[in-house]
Design a protein around this ligand. Sequence first.
Ligand code: AFP
Length: 360
Amino acid sequence: MPLDQRTTLTQFLIEQRRRFPSASGDFNALILDVALACKAIARSVAFGALGGVLGAQAGSINVQGEEQKKLDVISNELFVRANEWGGHLAGMASEEMDEPYNIPGVYPRGKYLLVFDPLDGSSNIDVNVSVGSIFSVLRAPQDVIDSGRDVTAADFLQPGCQQLAAGYALYGPSTMLVLTVGTGVHGFTLDPNLGEFFLSHPDIRVPADTQEFAINASNSRFWEPPVKRYVDECLAGKTGPRGKDFNMRWIASMVAEAHRILMRGGVFLYPRDTKDPSKPGRLRLLYEANPVGFIMEQAGGRASTGREPILQVQPTSLHQRIGLVFGSKNEVERIERYHREPAPLKDDNPLFAERTLFRD
Ligand code: AFP
């Protein structure tokens, strides 16, 4: 597309802001700072082995008890540095930081909170598979704005329905920024020559139906009955109760799965399971489930714990984990229905008999 017909991210944000004549511009400036961090991360990721950035960060374990990769640490640093100085933020929280990050005294403090996973899917970095960054913007509590006090974890414990913006950057064959500010979902592709994000996918909609699902089937023996039922029915294909064949995908990089689902539909499940009773799910509520949930709902899809909409969950801790199901609306609603309904009697359903496909 010729340059003069393209819309930059900056133009897009300015046009959105015109609908709110009293807006200060802080919000737009914040999103542009986030986009700058994503461009810098894209650059680091792109150099791969040549940049000396692959592999683990020696001796570094994050709050999740997971080994940090060098690029996890670099990406976190890039997010913090790009966003701390602008005067838009009251504080930040990240997967890679145990405690909330307070804006240093040398910089002004603002009215927003930024929550992020700087490099999701980082176990894929060393094998050159797509990874991404996820972020969520919340309004700081009024007393934080008024007093300029340090933020605490409690200030971030807001349900996902209170997010003002959410998005992700996908570092794949091309770099994309996918964003919602509550007016649908819009995708921007990075022009690597100009270093600029251009609107390439306006008003993305998730198809309501799908024949593709994504789940880590190695956990099948830990799944709860509604999830087993759903997956068994998909696997039974044309000969089962769904009467159609399904395809399966698993990238182990949620941003990449979310993007595929936004582009062509599908359903993603990382449900609550019985693998480790201390972890009610694998994914983190505040910086993985909530932003992706907001994006899915804004694109006409759905996001849920299986039991309730993800955006209604009241968080109880900064790094809380949760079961997550998202994607094509009709499939997510079906999974929610399976959670509500009593499990079908084994005798009634051949899929749950001795020869069930996924069985303990
Ligand atoms: P990492 O960022 O630690 O690689 O975790 C990625 C992730 O949170 C999410 O992006 C994947 O969907 C999920 O974990 C993969 O988990 P499994 O390794 O259990 O499949």
